[in-house]
Design a protein around this ligand. Structure first.
Ligand code: AMP
Ligand code: ZN
Length: 492
């Protein structure tokens, strides 16, 4: 574990509705499960917000020295349209629309998802299991729930019996709602319904002759319900009880509530100690979603090719924009907010270049320990990234003051400050310096060094026309070069 400053992490637990001190079940190991994407279409920026938030949480746990097994699944089967497993299979619908095999749809959108994750510098999870790869585990779990008397079969489909479950467990514990209130929010059953109770949900769904993805089971050919996949895969890779289970807030009332019920029914234990939920990205106050039609695709955001976008924004501007709000607050998308984030991100990156060039003094006039403590305090307070960013901007002010010779830093403190800034900006917030390493392999950096060298020789030989031409033509393609006391600086 990371030694030094006292590090007491608190996490807001949806289950207890309080901030709790983080005490992993088997330190230094941490098991974390996050509900991943449904890969029948492109991920939108709202989905990305949830994955970026959990990436930051994963990164901070790693930074603290925990050995994290991070499982994030891919939902590639069994996802029906209605909230409660009703309507058409989304994969089949898309397969018909695009005239592809369902597994071609899965492959296409999984690859797209990975590309977007890489653009946002999101670390890959330790395990990324798929629903279709775990049909046997899901069937075994359903069998156990039936044996416990908490699920029943109707014509080849299996339903979870919420009423019977509620005699022993609190079904509404995650949302703090009573069963009667939950029932009120559901529609009356009619003669068409197979299920016995209004809150009952499908564990296994009988296939129709035209169902594209179906598997054999003890109840005939069919496919699993959505909720059982996460219970089966989290149990397989993290055990019956693990540390953190996460996802977007929209999953709390149904998907996660049902996961808890399935685990209690099958394993006689609640699946996770801490439940974490990220809040929604909204557009003009409306939740961004696949169905609302207000979902920007990350590509559209980068190119600016969308009626609501004034121009494009880079992946790191977007990541910084997201980090500026706490993961439990809603975040509303606007061009102004993104433009402000772009400025903030650039300022932070520029300060790192200044920091690299600072010269040490015999003593320090600024307190690095205090700064370090406030950075950890922010992140330990339920991963409060906006407060962390405010602290990092205090550091930017220090750096500029030292550069302007108004403050001083000793050699040791200078090294500590560099380490601190790099750790929080790159390792924890997961930002990248986009002015460097464009196209990988530091190609642009190498080319720029070459051009700057040629310009330097031109100036030494008093070939002013050449040196001006280099500066002007670079400017025309969006690269600014500046002569400073320390040498030549450039930026995009
Ligand atoms: P889906 O592919 O729709 O199942 O969503 C994948 C993840 O994105 C889930 O954890 C959702 O809760 C989350 N999510 C969906 N919409 C939003 C949104 N507008 N803001 C933040 N997270 C979202
Ligand atoms: Zn899930």
């Amino acid at each position: 574990m990371n030694q030094g400053i006292e590090k007491k992490l608190t996490i807001y637990n949806t289950l207890s509705r309080t901030k709790e001190t983080f005490e992993p079940l088997h330190p230094p190991f941490v098991g974390m499960y996050v509900c991943g994407p449904t890969v029948y279409s492109d991920v939108h920026l709202g989905n990305c917000r949830t994955f970026i938030s959990f990436d930051m949480i994963f990164r901070y746990l790693l930074h603290l020295g925990y050995k994290v097994r991070y499982v994030r699944n891919i939902t590639d089967a069994g996802h029906l349209e209605g909230d409660r497993d009703e309507g058409d299979d989304k994969f089949a619908k898309r397969a018909k629309l695009e005239q592809l095999e369902p597994m071609e749809i899965v492959q296409k959108y999984t690859l797209g998802f990975h590309k977007v994750m890489a653009l946002f510098n999101i670390l890959p999870p330790s395990i990324e299991p798929t629903a279709t790869g775990h049909i046997l585990e899901q069937i075994e779990m359903i069998k156990k729930i039936i044996d416990e008397g908490l699920a029943y079969e109707v014509e080849g489909s299996i339903y979870f019996d919420v009423e019977k479950y509620s005699q022993k467990y609190d079904y509404g514990q995650l949302t703090n709602r009573k069963l009667e209130d939950l029932l009120e929010g559901t529609r009356e059953l009619d003669g068409q319904d197979e299920k016995r109770g209004r809150l009952d949900f499908a564990l296994w769904i009988k296939a129709k002759p035209e169902t594209l993805m179906q598997w054999p089971s003890p109840w005939g050919w069919g496919f699993p319900g959505w909720h059982i996949e996460c219970s089966a895969m989290s149990t397989k890779y993290l055990g019956t009880t693990f540390d953190i289970h996460g996802g977007g807030m929209d999953l709390q009332a149904t998907h996660h509530t049902n996961e808890i019920a399935q685990s209690n029914a099958c394993n006689h234990t609640a699946p996770a100690k801490y439940w974490m939920h990220t809040n929604m990205l909204t557009v003009n106050g409306v939740r961004m979603s696949k169905t609302a039609g207000n979902g920007f695709l990350p590509q559209e955001l980068f190119t600016g090719d969308h009626p609501l976008l004034e121009r494009g924004y880079s992946p790191m501007t977007v990541r910084f924009f997201m980090a500026q709000s706490h993961y439990r607050s809603t975040l509303d998308f606007s061009n102004e907010a993104l433009q402000a984030a772009e400025k903030g991100y650039k300022k932070l990156m520029e300060s790192l270049s200044v920091l690299e060039k600072l010269s040490p003094s015999p003593s320090s006039s600024v307190n690095i320990t205090e700064l370090e403590e406030s950075c950890y305090a922010a992140m330990n307070d339920d991963f409060n990234s906006p407060v962390l960013i405010a602290n990092l901007f205090d550091a930017v002010r220090f750096i500029n003051s030292v550069n302007d010779k108004k403050e001083t830093l000793s050699a040791t403190d200078l090294e500590r400050l560099k380490k601190l800034m790099h750790a929080f900006i790159f390792d924890v917030l997961g930002l990248r310096d986009e002015s460097k390493n464009i196209g990988g392999n530091d190609l642009i950096e190498g080319l720029m060094n070459l051009i700057i060298d040629i310009r330097k020789s031109a100036r030494e030989n008093k070939e002013w026309a050449t040196s001006d031409k280099i500066r002007d033509e670079l400017k025309a393609v969006g690269v600014e070069i500046k002569d400073t006391k320390e040498g030549v600086e450039w930026r995009l």
